[in-house]
Design a protein around this ligand. Sequence first.
Ligand SMILES: [Zn+2]
Length: 253
Amino acid sequence: MSYSLTIIGSASGQPVPDRAHASLALHRPGEIHLLDAGEGACSALLRWGLDPLAVKSIFITHTHPDHCVGIFMILQYMHMKEHPGPVIIYLPESAITPFQTILNQFYLVPDQINTEYLLLPLNHRHELNDTWLLETFPTQHLKTWEELRIPGVGAQAYAFRVSSSEHSLFYSGDISDFGDIAKAVNKDDLLILEGAHIDVDKVLNWALKTGLRRLVLTHILPGSVSVDAIKISSAQVRGLEILVAQDGMTLSF
Ligand SMILES: [Zn+2]
């Protein structure tokens, strides 16, 4: 059975009036897995006709707020709807203890709310179900934080690939530069690439060499990348379908 992917949040780290923050919903009937859950993720699920109670797992690439603060309202919604869960939330390992503290402060205390949830560390591989496998790839997005070595402040950030025997999707999360993930992406992946930390020409040159067929640019800072320029450049890369993400955009793969 194939999945659909709905981009429920395509904004960058800068709030804008008409988009939710980073979140992708991988779904089939009765089952949703979220890749990131930025601000507005719960209301965005409802806006695009997806039931938040169907969320089985949430995978967070890194804990910048535009990628993770939607978790709280998803849990609050589940609690208010008396949903038993469980929902499993995968985070960079260093974020688990601080996240539990924040959840407690928000009165989303385990065993005190209606919904069972688990916070677990991201590993190399996670089986979503009998068909789909999620793999994690570390990126350098937070490397300046690693150098600062502030106690209690982690520096882990990841990209994800979700694949079956026939199809695959690669989601960059946030990166420091396209070089972070260039070796990990396969030409057959549907590549969902953040547009806030990339050189578009470098990406298109790489796509030309590898034979990538589908690229979706998301997380674009307002005014930072000209959509028209992307489309003109992409016309030079034969066989590459390139799309600019919009909230509510659904792709089959
Ligand atoms: Zn980030």
